[in-house]
Ligand binder design. Structure first.
Ligand SMILES: CCCCCCCCCCCCC[C@H](O)CC(=O)SCCNC(=O)CCNC(=O)[C@H](O)C(C)(C)COP(=O)(O)OP(=O)(O)OC[C@H]1O[C@@H](n2cnc3c(N)ncnc32)[C@H](O)[C@@H]1OP(=O)(O)O
Length: 719
């Protein structure tokens, strides 16, 4: 919807009204079309201002409409009509002008922005391109290189940057609408021919062909299989090489391909999934909208290893006062130096002062006594963590929230060490903790909604995408990783190489295949966990068969590599070889290939030809099956939680929506059928046995992912 008012006698003011972001829904487009006609037909009106209500210009096309039948006036002719208008039209940009919102502003003859406004063409992040003339007008206005940057990255720019580009004509600190109205009065009689961007030539640098080639190569390298960034480059190339009308035709063709693509559906699902995880719920019925967080003024971090340092930096950068504790003097000094360096580099990048004074360092656990929330980040060892929780419970205020940065240990066991177990939650950060966006907030059986709400809010304040999950071994992310890693090892036993498995997974879109990722994180990490679990024990001491544990198939390949001191990148050898310890360039290792041959011979394993399909199906479907078990167990409230965790924490390609969305696009019946096939072939691998929820969903006719929660609820109520 849109509202019309006449201001200062001669200015027609059109206000977009569609909370929360004034998206261009069918009703809003109809409103603009009708009100533009009215403004143009009223003789007293000499110029027009378009603005948005509640300090927000426009968040773009209404993404919710993309899934259904589009109705109402189309955007492109609407914007053309504004540009062709006989009276000057001024966009008054407050808050945001994104996507179709900026395209609308580009159709106007002038753009006035508030200094705090942000503008951008983020369509690429939704699997689209700026399809309402943005790909053709923006390069004509700000030049090809800057337009390519904005359109292929989708980044938002500040009003100041937009002014530098010439994207807006003026910025103001005052009331933008008032400034725009005055401006509109001033330009009422000015000729408009020179203000219609579609008539501008597209100014190109002399080496424009080279520029496009370079950008295309960069985009292909970083897109990991996403098609929208490539289409964005093609659309801008059309602006640079074709007359406007032909460029618009090319934009339309490219958009039509993207609009109906599975990638666009996945990315738009993911857009809403990211927002859905904020509306968390617990099996007890506690929810985000009924559980109020408590403010945290002072936070503390215990243990300043790699994780503790990253968490300290994230907290300080977000403005929290932090007490950072490390009991060993030498480690404390080292951590202090590293943290200061991280803060200084971050501040330099962002052009702000480093938040060094936000941190107080200490060696004594007593120094956290008055913190509102403590994050323990000591070594991943239950006995050690229990001891720290006992100490914290003794020294902290009774109201202090006690959180553990653990990647999978039992939160309940830690809670039991404290006086107030209801104030204990897990906060699983991902390394490097000041960079990675994901935070799993883990509630145990005793955690209160207050503690979950507080941890979720803290996560949001430090810029994390926080997902509330239940307490189980590995929580959501690492629990699902286990069958994935396990299948990768089994594939090696059966004839694959690390290079081949990684190549298939990287072609699928993962930033790194499973073996390159393991080399990067360090093979010793999992080895220590398996030792603690009694899994990685050598045969003579335990008497357990090499390739079987508790009746299940087990691959000791990772353990055998660790026994040779091959811990991955840090030792220069792992699943790959590296030029030197710490080097990141993975090269195939002939030693490993002979090792695998000997291993197979020793265990009478006959190597068979493993193809792409088998690698993908076994690695991904076993992981997805675990995802369904997680939903069945109530550890994650919905598929969106799992998908957000996988995209932000495990480099799952965003344009495939996440593992659960991917399962829906493959077809649940196909996933079920292939799991049944592989389980029959490998009956000693329980992770391949299709779980009850997957069967139930297929039996219910494989409803769309948005309806899974209803089936999950039914399945859980029958437990
Ligand atoms: C046969 C085939 C024919 C094919 C041809 C078809 C041609 C069709 C013609 C299309 C023309 C293309 C037009 C244009 O180029 C395309 C677009 O404009 S796509 C949209 C671009 N805009 C965006 O990407 C902005 C997305 N939003 C945001 O980034 C943020 O929401 C924000 C605006 C920066 C605000 O952030 P916050 O303040 O943090 O708030 P939230 O993010 O939590 O959002 C609040 C609330 O609003 C919902 N929302 C936000 N933006 C939109 C939107 N554009 N449409 C619908 N809803 C939106 C968001 O989901 C939140 O609601 P909740 O999910 O929590 O209920």
């Amino acid at each position: 919807m849109a509202q019309y008012t006449r201001v200062s006698g001669s200015v027609g003011l059109i206000t977009l009204q569609s909370p929360p972001v004034n998206a261009l829904s069918a009703a809003v487009r109809q409103g603009i079309v009708d009100l533009m006609q009215r403004a143009l037909s009223e003789p007293e009106v000499k110029s027009v201002v378009i603005c948005g209500q509640n300090g927000i210009f426009c968040g773009g096309a209404d993404i919710k409409e993309f899934g259904g039948q589009m109705s109402g006036p189309p955007l492109i002719p609407m914007i053309h009509a504004i540009e062709a208008a006989s009276k000057p039209v001024v966009a008054a940009i407050e808050g945001i002008a994104l996507g179709g919102g900026l395209e609308l502003a580009l159709g106007c003859h002038y753009r006035i922005a508030h200094s705090k406004a942000r503008v951008g063409l983020p369509e690429v992040t939704l699997g689209l391109l700026p399809g309402a003339g943005g790909s053709q007008r923006l390069p004509r206005l700000i030049g090809v290189p800057a337009a390519l940057d904005l359109i292929t990255t989708g980044r938002h720019v500040t009003a100041a940057e937009a002014l530098k580009f010439g994207l807006v004509d003026q910025i103001t600190d005052h009331n933008t609408v008032n400034v725009a109205v005055k401006f509109a009065q001033r330009v009422a009689d000015q000729p408009l021919d020179a203000r219609r961007i579609s008539t501008y030539p597209c100014l190109c640098p002399s080496d424009v062909a080279v520029l496009f080639e370079e950008v295309m190569q960069r985009v292909r390298r970083t897109a990991r299989g996403a098609i929208a960034p490539i289409a964005c480059v093609q659309a801008v190339r059309a602006a640079a090489t074709l007359p406007y009308n032909q460029g618009m035709e090319r934009e339309r063709e490219l958009m039509a391909t993207l609009f109906t693509s599975g990638q666009a559906r996945a990315l738009q699902y993911f857009f809403f999934a990211q927002r859905a995880v904020g509306r968390w719920s617990m099996p007890s019925g506690a929810r985000w909208d009924t559980s109020k967080p408590r403010p945290v003024h002072k936070a503390a971090v215990i243990g300043l290893g790699t994780m503790g340092r990253g968490i300290t930096v994230a907290l300080a950068q977000a403005g929290f006062s932090v007490v950072a504790v490390e009991t060993q003097e030498k480690q404390l000094m080292e951590a202090k130096q590293k943290i200061s360096g991280m803060l200084e580099r971050g501040a330099k990048r962002r052009g702000v002062a480093p938040a060094l004074d936000k941190i107080n360092y200490g060696r004594n656990i007593q120094s956290v006594a008055d913190a509102d929330l403590v994050i323990e980040a000591v070594f991943e060892d239950m006995a050690l963590k229990k001891k720290v929780f006992q100490q914290l419970s003794a020294v902290c205020k009774p109201s202090t929230f006690l959180c553990s940065n653990t990647s999978g240990l039992d939160i309940d066991q830690l809670a039991c060490q404290t006086r107030n177990p209801e104030l204990v939650v897990g906060m699983h950060f991902f390394a490097p903790a000041h960079v990675m966006k994901l935070l799993e907030v883990v509630y145990g059986p005793k955690s209160s909604p207050l503690a979950v709400a507080t941890a979720m809010q803290l996560g949001k304040k430090i810029g994390k995408v926080s997902v509330a999950v239940g307490n189980c071994r590995g929580f959501v992310g690492n629990r699902m990783l286990k069958p994935y890693l396990e299948q990768a090892l089994f594939l090696l036993e059966e004839g694959a190489t690390p290079e081949f498995v990684d190549q298939v997974l990287e072609e699928f879109g993962f930033a790194m295949g499973v073996f390159r990722m393991s080399d990067l994180s360090g093979l010793d990490v999992g080895w220590k966990v398996r030792m603690a679990d009694g899994l990685a024990m050598p045969d003579p001491t335990t008497g357990q068969p090499t390739r079987l544990r508790q009746g299940r198939r087990y691959s000791p390949l990772g353990d055998l590599l660790c026994e040779q001191g091959r811990f991955g990148q840090k030792t220069g050898r792992g699943w790959y070889q590296y030029d030197k310890p710490g080097s990141q360039v993975a090269k195939p290792d002939p030693w490993l290939h002979s090792f695998l041959d000997e291993y197979r011979a020793r265990h009478a394993l006959v190597a068979h030809r493993i193809d792409h399909q088998e690698v993908l199906e076994r690695c991904l479907y076993s992981m997805i099956n675990e995802g369904f078990r997680i939903l069945e167990d109530g550890i994650a409230a919905g598929p969106e939680d799992i998908d957000v965790i996988y995209v932000f924490g495990y480099s799952w390609p965003r344009h495939r929506g996440g593992p659960m969305f991917y399962a829906a696009t493959v077809g649940l019946n196909k996933v079920l059928e292939r799991l049944e096939h592989y389980y029959q072939a490998h009956p000693d691998v329980p992770s391949l046995q299709p779980c009850h929820l997957l069967r139930k969903l297929v039996a219910s006719g494989s409803p769309p992912i948005q309806k899974w929660r209803e089936v999950i609820k039914k399945v859980r109520s029958q437990l």
